[in-house]
Every structure is written in structure tokens, then in C-alpha cells.
Ligand binder design. Structure first.
Ligand code: ZN
Length: 429
């Protein structure tokens, strides 16, 4: 039992404590102390930095000398490490594939894949199509504070209406479920299928605009990229792969403030299993992959089929080289680049492929800083996520702790030591 006096003295003691040390941390305050901070805005890194997060949000970032650590904060020593924002994949697909088989869309598979992305430091994924009910459900129920798997955005089905009337219905159907994006394909798959007609995508674009939803477009040709951009596309979801981009396209992207997602690993995945890919011996790949999948991809007959496949060889010899040189042209011209992989379909390995993508973007001629920006602050801007993507006060504490500095070598993004989402440590199995 508390008598009145002891109550008073407790209150007095509390008051004195509060007066003498104003910066007392709450239970949910975490301080990351001593690391190199690359904040995702494109600014120069801060060495020996401190990041303070409270209840999952960053409240202070800066050099240790000028960023006091609140008393009682839980301290994480990250001396010698490099901290980057959680990586954002602006073009993935979540939930459909198990092993090498599609058709496995269910709640458990969506969650399993979001956990996989998270372990690789991919803390947000924009699933651009083939999203079903369970994906919307998981997107709706993800609590921004208690989440410890990759944050999910969804587009619903890739729309392929046959008439303009159907197009109106299709867009409204997806918009009524509060999809994050509308997704369409304007591509004939190297002549193997019919391409969506301009009046259909124009209707989709107009209707998406009315509903306030951004339109992401899968394209292959420069002409289709220009035409869909003119029709109001908000996000170019793949590289232009048939020819070199020109000034008209560059000016169009910049004038409309439209982002471009290269998905270089999508091209790679079409032919790389014709022989043993180098990454099959990368421990960072092997640590979280199903060995049965690797064994299947190693089968000699399967490799031979890929070598004999004209489509695969076209993507290898024409599409990927064009995609890489176009990325350099667009990046140099100041077009907004959004790191995206098209991972999720069979043999496009979620989590790992985002790191491979960033490495290929550097091979294409971007600097490591440009690539990191395209996967963090830049990606967030492209997806309209103003509460994510950078290590700045007010943003969610989505943080990847790396053992080595990715500015020295982009492949150091693979040195993932810890992943935090909204200040929650992502569990490792
Ligand atoms: Zn895709």
C-alpha cells in the first residue's frame, strides 16, 4: 500500500529526474552508434554517425559529436559498419511461385517471400501484378510499427482488357480494392502474342488518372515506351531493349517526371542458366535458396534448352546490351532511375536479385552512389512513399547494417549484417 507521503516523494523524485535529464529515452528508443551512414538522399556519407529511432521512427541522425544519445536508449554498436536505408524493389512479384512452379499464390507464400526479401535487406517491394486477395489482405493489415517483413505494395492482376468498356471496369475493379498501382503490358513478346491496342491503354490511363492511381507499363520497344508515356504512363517498368533511347524519350520522361526501372536481372534470368551462373557459388545466394531449385537449374538438358532457345539468345545478345547502354544514357541525362528487378517469377531470386541488379547497374556505368539512391531515396520518391527510403528524421527506421562499404564496391551491399524494419530486427533463421 502506498501512503500519501511516499506517493508524493516518488512524484518528486520523478520530477527531479525529468528536470535534470530532459532527454530520457522511452522503452522504444534505439541508438545505432558509430557507423558510417549513407542516408539515401545522395548526400556524402557521415562517418562515426548516430541514428536515434523511437517507436520505429527516426528522430535524429548525425555525427556522433553533435547527436546526443538519450539516456536509457538501447545502444547498438555499429562501429566499423556502414548503414544504408532499407532497400526498395520498385518492380517485383510476390506470392505466386514456389520452387520453380507458379500457381502457388496463398497467404503463407506471400508472407514467406516478404520475409525472404527482408532477410536480404529489401524492406519494401512493389508487387507489380498477379496480386490476389491474400496479398491485398496482407498489404492492408501490415502495421507500420510492428512489421518485420518486407513492406508490400500491390497492383492486382496485370490488366489485359479486350475493349475500352472492359478497360474502364477493370481499372475501377482494382481501384476499388485500393491497389497501389495499375499495371499493364504493351509488348508482343518478340512477336509471339498480340500487343495491347493504343485506345485500350489510353482508356486505362485516363481511368487510372481519374481514380488517382499511378499506371506502370511493361514495354520492350522504344516506340511503345514513347506512346505509353504520351498516353499518361507514370512508371516505365522495364528497360527499352530494341534500340537506343533518343532525346524525345528522355525529354518526355523528364517533362512528365516519370521514373524508369531497368530490371536488368529480368533479362539475365532468361539466359543465365544456359551454363553455371557465377552466383551459384556465392554464399550470400546459397544461404537462403532451396538446393533443389539450384539442382534443377543445373540439369544439362535444361541448360541445353536455354542455349537452343532463340528468345533467350535474343535477350542475351540484343536486349540486355541495349538495356545496359540505355540505362547509362538515361542516368547521365538525369532521368529518375528506380531500382527494380522483376524478381518473383521462377528463377528470379527474390532478395538476391536486387543485389545482383545493383551490381549490374554499376556495370552499366552508374556510380555506386547513384545506384544506392535509385534503391532508396530515389525509389521511395518514384513510388510516392514519403515516409520511407532515407535515414532522416521523420522516416521509418528501415535500416540495413552492412559489414563493408558499398560506395567502395557495390557488391558490398551483400555484406548484410542486420536488417531493421521500423526499428524491429528482422529475424534470421
Ligand atoms: Zn514484372
Amino acid at each position: 500500500m502506498h501512503d500519501n507521503n511516499s506517493r508524493k516523494s516518488t512524484l518528486l523524485a520523478l520530477a527531479i529526474t525529468c528536470l535534470s535529464t530532459p532527454a530520457i529515452a522511452g522503452e522504444g528508443t534505439v541508438a545505432f552508434v558509430g557507423g558510417r551512414i549513407i542516408d539515401g538522399t545522395g548526400s556524402a556519407p557521415v562517418d562515426n554517425g548516430v541514428i536515434i529511432s523511437t517507436d520505429g521512427r527516426i528522430v535524429a541522425v548525425g555525427p556522433a559529436a553533435s547527436t546526443p544519445i538519450p539516456e536509457g536508449a538501447r545502444q547498438i554498436n555499429v562501429g566499423g559498419k556502414t548503414l544504408i536505408p532499407g532497400l526498395i524493389n520498385t518492380h517485383g512479384h510476390v506470392g505466386g511461385v514456389l520452387g520453380l512452379e507458379s500457381g502457388h499464390y496463398n497467404r503463407g507464400n506471400v508472407l514467406r517471400q516478404l520475409e525472404l526479401y527482408a532477410r536480404y535487406g529489401i524492406t519494401t517491394v512493389n508487387s507489380l501484378g498477379d496480386d490476389e486477395f491474400e496479398g491485398f489482405e496482407i498489404r492492408n493489415e501490415q502495421n507500420p510499427v510492428y512489421i518485420n517483413h518486407s513492406r508490400l505494395m500491390v497492383a492486382g492482376p496485370v490488366l489485359a482488357p479486350a475493349t475500352t468498356a472492359e478497360a474502364v471496369r477493370a481499372v475501377n475493379g482494382v481501384a476499388d480494392q485500393s491497389a497501389n498501382f495499375i499495371k499493364i503490358r504493351v509488348d508482343d513478346n518478340l512477336g509471339r502474342s498480340a500487343k495491347m491496342a493504343p485506345e485500350i491503354y489510353q482508356t486505362i490511363s485516363d481511368e487510372a488518372e481519374k481514380r488517382g492511381l499511378p499506371l506502370a507499363v511493361h514495354i520492350y520497344n522504344l516506340e511503345d515506351a514513347k506512346a505509353t508515356l504520351a498516353a499518361g504512363a507514370d512508371f516505365i517498368a522495364h528497360s527499352v531493349r530494341d534500340t537506343a533511347v533518343d532525346a524525345e524519350f528522355i525529354d518526355g520522361l523528364k517533362a512528365a517526371d516519370v521514373c524508369y526501372s531497368p530490371t536488368l536481372t529480368r533479362e539475365l534470368s532468361t539466359f543465365v542458366y544456359e551454363s553455371e551462373p557465377a552466383f551459384f557459388s556465392d554464399p550470400f545466394f546459397l544461404k537462403d535458396v532451396d538446393p533443389a531449385v539450384v539442382a534443377t537449374l543445373r540439369e544439362p538438358e535444361r541448360q541445353q534448352r536455354m542455349r537452343d532457345n532463340p528468345g533467350a539468345q535474343h535477350y542475351k545478345n540484343i536486349a540486355l546490351p541495349n538495356a545496359m547502354s540505355n540505362l547509362k544514357l538515361l542516368s547521365d541525362a538525369g532521368v529518375k532511375i528506380a531500382m527494380g528487378t522483376d524478381s518473383g517469377p521462377a528463377a528470379r531470386f527474390q532478395g538476391y536479385f536486387e543485389h545482383l541488379e545493383m551490381s549490374m547497374m554499376v556495370d552499366a556505368g552508374m556510380s555506386p552512389m547513384q545506384v544506392l539512391y535509385s534503391a532508396t531515396g530515389g525509389a521511395a520518391e518514384c513510388l510516392g512513399l514519403n515516409y520511407l527510403g532515407t535515414l532522416e528524421a521523420g522516416k521509418w527506421a528501415d535500416i540495413v547494417v552492412l559489414d563493408a562499404d558499398p560506395l567502395a564496391d557495390i557488391n558490398n551491399t551483400k555484406s548484410v549484417n542486420q536488417v531493421w524494419i521500423a526499428g524491429n530486427l528482422v529475424p534470421t533463421p
